[in-house]
Design a protein around this ligand. Structure first.
Ligand code: CTP
Length: 406
């Protein structure tokens, strides 16, 4: 997914105010450029004490602006020109002092000047606070953050953790890749604004004994990509994940489970309170009746032990029959006859939308192709990386939630 150009065509003014987190701004500039954006760096005088304009210019391939008296601008109005051509202004790091200036509309240097001068209705302002935890927790800073939010500024982070001063707490700037993803999410259409989306993902693990179990090749990547895409689209997302080693998408609530029964027990109390349920998990159809308490040993007879199995509940089918059911989307991982199996499964599970994919071709891969089957017929979403497909699927789901008024 690394080479998707999610910020292609976007022109970003990246503002740096003073703080040790300026070192992360170099990587951030690089990430934004790699994602396809053009990046214009503007630095306060304080920021230049932490990182040089030379570094930022080399990374963005554009001269950096560091003061409002820049003679390069023919009209001598850098603050107007820079703010008019931007698709967004991102201040990272945003120091406590810089945020205080924004709150008061002060404009005594180039960065605060251009923030104030930007046409707020079409050039959004995002800030990534970075400061010592006491400075962040101070009522003055918290008042300022609230005031900025009220003014329509998006506040990204901060994160908690080790700080340059040696203390530990809230106030670290988000990492470069996190800020890049926040910006990408910011630009996604909010097709699912206000919707609550519940997703299952990954395989399940059905224990045979304390060291063995039955599982499958599902990597969880498609479900996690859908969780991210739904969140980017403005939804409140809960992700019930089987055993996978994937990072949780930002702002997604994650519940980890192992077995199909645990997945069922996690989903059931939540389902009715969600608007959409997307079942991407490859749930084991059967489980051993009871896991042995001790490791099963060979008995020397050459005969494997008989493991008695029992069927797992069909989570999707149960949710789809709830009186207060969310809009249900099922997945079908097949090895052949995709359309026929997907149509059969849609009817059997009584879900409005069933998404077919070829299991062996997708499990563990970064790309996939999907076949959408609904009451009107079927439609293919051709081979693409999983996040691209997830966004397309989210768009398809969104149109089905709000039927066009004729
Ligand atoms: N599913 C579920 N709970 C189960 C089994 C499946 O929620 N116990 C969901 C999956 O998450 C998926 C859909 O049902 O959305 C279809 O899963 P799949 O394993 O392909 O279908 P099965 O019902 O197991 O059918 P079969 O084994 O015959 O292919």
């Amino acid at each position: 997914m690394a080479d998707r150009l999610d910020l292609s065509g976007r022109h970003i003014v990246l503002g740096l105010s003073g703080g040790i987190a300026c070192y992360k701004a170099a990587e951030l500039a690089r990430e934004l450029v790699k994602a396809g954006a053009t990046v214009q760096v503007v630095m306060t005088e304080a920021a230049t004490h932490f990182i040089t304009p030379v570094t930022m210019q080399a990374l963005t391939n554009r001269p950096v602006y560091t003061h409002q008296w820049d003679p390069r601008e023919a009209n001598h109005m850098a603050h107007i020109n820079l703010s008019r051509e931007a698709d967004a202004v991102l201040v990272a790091p945003a120091s406590a002092d810089f945020m205080a200036k924004l709150v008061h509309g002060r404009a005594d240097e180039i960065l605060s000047l251009l923030c104030l001068a930007r046409p707020a209705e079409r050039v959004p302002l995002l800030v990534a606070p970075a400061m010592n935890r006491e400075m962040w927790a101070h009522p003055a800073t918290q008042r300022n953050v609230a005031a900025l939010r009220a003014d329509g500024v998006s506040v990204l982070g901060p994160a908690a953790g080790d700080q340059a001063c040696g203390e530990v707490g809230d106030g670290r700037m988000l990492e470069a890749a996190e800020l890049r993803d926040e910006l990408i999410a910011f630009f996604q259409p909010k097709r699912l604004a206000g919707q609550r989306v519940l997703i299952t993902a990954g395989p399940t693990f059905e224990a045979i004994d304390p060291v063995r179990g039955i599982t499958n090749h599902s990597s969880g990547k498609m479900g996690f990509a859908i969780a991210r895409a739904a969140q980017e689209a403005g939804a409140q997302v809960t992700l019930v994940a089987g055993p996978v080693h994937l990072p949780t998408p930002a702002h997604v609530r994650r519940i980890d489970v192992q077995s199909a029964l645990q997945m069922h027990d996690a989903v059931m109390p939540l389902a009715a309170a969600h608007d959409v349920f997307i079942a991407t998990a490859a749930v084991a159809d059967w489980r051993p009746v009871a896991a042995a308490e001790q490791k099963l040993k060979k008995d020397g007879s050459g005969r494997p032990p008989a493991i008695e199995m029992v069927e797992n509940p069909d989570i999707l089918a149960v949710v789809a029959r709830l009186p207060q059911r969310p809009y249900c989307v099922g997945f079908a991982a097949e090895s052949h006859d995709l359309l026929r199996h997907a149509q059969d499964k849609r009817a059997r599970k009584q879900v409005p939308l069933l998404v077919g994919n070829l299991g062996p071709a997708t499990f563990g891969q970064d790309t996939n192709a999907l076949l959408l089957v609904d009451e009107h017929g079927h439609r293919e979403l051709p081979q693409a990386d999983k996040l691209t497909l997830a966004r397309q699927l989210v768009a398809e789901i969104a149109t089905r939630l709000t039927p066009p008024t004729r």
